[in-house]
Design a protein around this ligand. Structure first.
Ligand code: ATR
Length: 281
């Protein structure tokens, strides 16, 4: 029996057990994936006793991602760039850490909107939290296009620009109030803020000046179609919702613990969609 799980505080909202449970069943693997509510003061002890408690590893979510990065014996390039880890696994008794958000985002665009890398124009990133850092790192790896970054708190955007593109060449920070003007000429627009999420205000931005081949992505998945994405669809721009990223970021984790690279199937996507709708109703 191979054991894994997702560690957070709180943890009840996580969809990860649904996703990994689906793959375990699909592949006939004798394994388990549970939600693990671990308080911050207990997290280091939990990581140290992964082996003793017979875990192959775990996913890590808020508020433990930075601690997971610091506690690991070995960290991937992605985790180092982001300064946070969401995946831990054991290898020869060592705790390995990675950050699968970068893969999840880039893979979701590659799969849902193939050809996005070749769309000319800058990549406009809205928001500068942890998710933005992982996404920007992925964008810088995915091609030569410059990133234009804007955040309500400009300082956070500047910190990301300094740490991910120290030469200042590839990331240009602009004021939050200037976001509208950066739509013109954008090859990709990504919302990484919590604006548009159920219970939050919508992201105020007009896509009318977006180039016709511009791809619009949102990391929000509840609701599945944010007002940003419905605007994109109405303008016949390609739109990629946040559920795709959530599904694809789970792939490397499953492979690290269970040794099989799983597929994001239509059936899996539908199952998680149904679960989101059931919660909303
Ligand atoms: P995560 O690490 O998961 O990305 P976060 O660090 O809380 O989450 O980041 C949330 C993002 O949404 C930030 O970019 C935040 O902007 P600030 O850095 O200025 O806080 C952005 N955000 C949240 N509410 C917002 C609002 N009402 N208007 C504009 N941006 C908002």
């Amino acid at each position: 029996m191979i054991k894994a799980g997702v560690v957070g505080w709180p943890i009840h909202h996580s969809r990860s057990p649904l996703i990994h449970g689906y793959w375990l069943e699909q592949h006939g693997i004798a394994g388990s994936y549970e939600k693990l509510a671990i308080a911050p003061e207990e997290f280091a002890g939990f990581v140290r006793s992964l082996h003793e408690n017979e875990y192959a590893g775990c996913n890590v979510t808020i508020p433990h991602k930075e601690a997971a990065f610091s506690l690991a014996d070995n960290v991937s390039e992605e985790a180092r760039a982001v300064g946070a880890a969401n995946l831990l696994w054991l290898q020869d008794g060592r705790v390995m850490a990675s950050n699968t958000d970068t893969f999840g985002f880039v893979e979701s665009l590659d799969k849902v909107s193939p050809g996005w890398r070749d769309v000319s124009g800058h990549r406009l990133v809205l928001g500068a939290g942890g998710a933005a850092r992982a996404i920007i790192y992925g964008l810088l790896q995915s091609g030569p296009s410059p990133v234009v970054l804007t955040n309500r708190t400009r300082q956070r955007a500047q910190e990301i620009a300094q740490s991910l593109a120290a030469d200042g060449e590839r990331i240009r920070v602009i004021d939050w109030d200037e976001r509208q003007s950066a739509i013109a000429g954008a090859g990709l627009v990504v919302n990484t803020t919590s604006l548009g999420m159920s219970g939050n205000p919508a992201l105020e931005i007009e896509l009318s000046y977006a180039p016709p081949d511009c791809v619009v992505a949102d990391i929000v998945y509840s609701p599945l179609e944010t007002s940003l994405l419905s605007q994109a669809r109405n303008r016949e721009l390609r739109a990629v919702d946040g559920l795709w990223m959530l599904l694809y970021q789970a792939v490397p984790s499953f492979e690290a613990w269970f040794g099989v690279r799983p597929e994001v199937t239509r059936e899996l996507r539908q199952m998680v969609e149904d679960d989101l709708i059931a919660e909303r109703d």
